[in-house]
Design a protein. Structure first.
Ligand code: CMP
Length: 138
């Protein structure tokens, strides 16, 4: 079963949207296999988003991710990586399709409510960045 990694970002946690987002995940047939709510530190956010470190939005993005608690998740289903990206919608909510999480909940490109891994290698890195094997149970 394919696993993917997700973050419910500070803007969504702050607006009490954890339950609504988890309901969408479970109702699409994903099984949540690991979950925790944490306040990221700047070094941890910078390490997580290291692939973007040369991008102009890196400083704002990493500082934003530390403005409030986030929920870290691992969930699985067949084709989980692609299915979760479809359920999230486009990175910029202005471009997201109707019925996607970002279309319905996101505020803007930075406060876009959720993150998801974009490929198997990034999913493996992102899962192991935050979770040990003993914290993941199918
Ligand atoms: P996420 O899926 O978490 O991956 C990187 C994040 O950078 C992205 O969602 C956006 O929230 C944020 N971001 C800010 N500006 C941009 C941009 N110009 N292009 C892509 N991502 C951006």
């Amino acid at each position: 079963m394919e696993k993917t990694f997700a973050i419910i970002k500070p803007d969504a946690v702050e607006r009490n949207l954890i339950g609504k987002i988890l309901e969408r995940i479970e109702s699409k047939g994903f099984r949540i296999v690991a979950m925790k709510r944490v306040l990221l530190t700047l070094p941890v956010a910078q390490g997580f988003y290291h692939v973007h470190k040369e991008r102009p939005f890196f400083k704002d993005l990493t500082e934003y991710m530390c403005t409030g608690p986030v929920v870290l998740l691992v969930f699985e289903k067949d084709g989980a990586i692609k299915a979760w990206r479809e359920l999230m919608g486009a990175t910029n909510p202005a471009d997201a399709d109707a019925g996607t999480i970002r279309k319905d909940f996101a505020i803007d490109l930075e406060k876009n409510s959720v993150h998801g891994s974009d490929a198997p290698d990034t999913a493996a890195f992102e899962i192991s960045y935050f979770f040990s094997q003993t914290e993941i149970s199918s």
